[in-house]
Design a protein around this ligand. Sequence first.
Ligand SMILES: Cc1ncc(COP(=O)(O)O)c(C=O)c1O
Length: 309
Amino acid sequence: MHKQLEATIAKFFGTEDTILYAACFDANGGVFEPLLTEKDAIISDSLNHASIIDGVRLCKAVRYRYANASMDDLEIQLKAAQAQRFRLIVTDGVFSMDGNVAPLDKIYELAQKYDAMVMVDESHSAGVVGNTGRGTTEQFNLRGKIDILTGTLGKAFGGAIGGFTTGRKEIIELLRQRSRPYLFSNSIPPAVAGAGIYTFNYLEKTSELIDKLHENTTYFVNKMKAAGFDIKPTQSAICAVMLYDAKLSQDMAGLLQEEGIYVTGFYYPVVPKGQARIRVQISAAHQRAQLDKCVAAFIKTGKVLGILK
Ligand SMILES: Cc1ncc(COP(=O)(O)O)c(C=O)c1O
């Protein structure tokens, strides 16, 4: 079943092969060290997920960092990295705290120009971004062109555990021989593998849930903005309700939980200093009445805390 799921994931993303991990944290933790050495360079977006940052720390490659989604800065870093043997640009597909999509078309162009490989973490973009939910490579018409994709079986795929790396077969083969979280840890339970096969196949058949998700997100964001909340521009299921104050984010999340709304307040170091927020994740399973209840709870607690008049 695990092999069947690996093949199903490769078909979904239009890649050659897939390797499963217990979580995407492990996929990201085990992808850099087997492939790159101190002769190579990793060029990483400043807002990349913690698991990418930890994976990079486990690898001896020279590190470069560019400002979030800034293509001018990426180009500067790529020029500096010409001294190294191989270059790997690494980005989240959707940034997990803000909800914006990485400009993969421009990243790919720069990668071609400066002879670099590209890796995208599709954890928040697979099942969400692109007309049929195949992620950023679908959105930017780059199916089969990105060297490495990682992702989770949680989030859009609902499995709550499990992750994968998918891409060129030589890369996946090398990971099977050398990736430590794969070699020295259990795989996912068979029941999760079975559910994963079902979910990926389901998304191949219909975009019904993706359409519902985007409809729900647009509805929620519009209602929240109309109420006077400051929401970061999102292109995904992530809606960052900006509060800018750490204590306020904790107080508000606490009050919202009392209202039956399960949200978490994020503050430094999870997000940059002065950028505290409550991150709301919308689901295709949400009913209109639930979204209305959520907005009403935000308005009520926003008034209690003096955020709204
Ligand atoms: C961008 C990104 N990568 C990786 C992960 C880790 O995924 P998993 O829960 O499968 O370890 C997450 C989850 O928080 C994420 O947001």
